[in-house]
Design a protein around this ligand. Structure first.
Ligand SMILES: Nc1ncnc2c1ncn2[C@@H]1O[C@H](COP(=O)(O)OP(=O)(O)O)[C@@H](O)[C@H]1O
Ligand SMILES: [Mg+2]
Length: 242
């Protein structure tokens, strides 16, 4: 089903009170793609991620997933459509162990696939297996990010949303995380929508990308095109590590 549109965001406007954070955003993610959304702090990237889950709710526009209009669906029903996320700040359960966090991720299917899927995420992130009985809050930042992604994967998502997975992590750990995302996409065909301030890393990983400025998408193209674009280079890549 390559080339089929999985997520279709059209004309989405989202407000915080009277302040409009998204000004009519159009983004599409096709089956099997890694799509990156880049932009400066405060551009509205996280707001778009959260709007997909209905919190905050889009005040205009439509969000369609796998052919179903999910714009007004309750958040738990959106999760049931097999959209999973690793939100900004990881949001793992700090008092629960690694295993309990992963069980929470698998609860959508009453742990039916837990044994099988936990082996897969431990193959992807062997560090988590070593720390299975450790409380989430005592893990390093990189390990918490791995746990956050692993927990999302336990829900067997058709679409994985990642909000700033590289934020605050050392370059070597960022590479491990990005390699894992690439591996998931390549071997399992997992579709990924990735939000990043790390424009270079994200665009290198992505099939396609979008640039967001002040609640508007201002540019889009393949990862390669955006990496080569002079405006993108000047605004997001100059002075960065590349
Ligand atoms: N809960 C909130 N209440 C009010 N304003 C918010 C809230 N969350 C974000 N904003 C504002 O919305 C805009 C977009 O923020 P955000 O989506 O977090 O941007 P990004 O993820 O690109 O850094 C910013 O101006 C931010 O201050
Ligand atoms: Mg953000």
């Amino acid at each position: 089903m390559a080339g089929t549109t999985l997520l279709d965001i059209k004309g989405v406007q989202t407000y915080y009170g009277n302040i409009r954070a998204l000004n009519g955003v159009d983004v599409t993610v096709k089956q099997g793609e890694i799509v990156a959304l880049i932009g400066a702090n405060g551009a509205g990237k996280s707001t778009l991620m959260m709007t997909i889950f209905g919190a905050p709710r889009a005040r205009a526009g439509t969000i369609t997933f796998a052919g179903t209009d999910i714009t007004q669906l309750p958040t738990h029903e959106i999760a049931r459509m097999r959209i999973a996320q690793s939100p900004e700040g990881r949001r793992i359960f700090p008092r629960m162990t690694v295993m309990e966090n992963l069980q929470m991720g698998a609860s959508l299917d009453n742990l039916k696939h837990y044994e099988e899927d936990v082996e897969k995420v431990f193959t992807l992130f062997p560090r988590l297996k070593e720390r299975i009985a450790q409380r989430g809050g005592t893990l390093s930042g990189g390990e918490q990010q791995m746990l956050s992604i692993a927990r999302a994967l336990m829900a067997r998502p058709k679409l994985l949303l990642l909000d700033e997975p590289s934020l605050g992590l050392a370059p070597l750990i960022v590479k491990q995380i990005f390699d894992a995302i690439r591996e998931l996409n390549r071997t399992q065909g997992l579709t990924v929508f990735l939000v990043e301030q790390n424009a270079f890393g994200a665009l290198k990983l992505a099939t396609r990308g979008y640039v967001m400025v002040n609640g508007n998408v201002t540019m889009s193209g393949t990862g390669k095109e955006l990496l080569a674009n002079p405006e993108v280079r000047a605004a997001y890549l100059e002075g960065g590590h590349h």
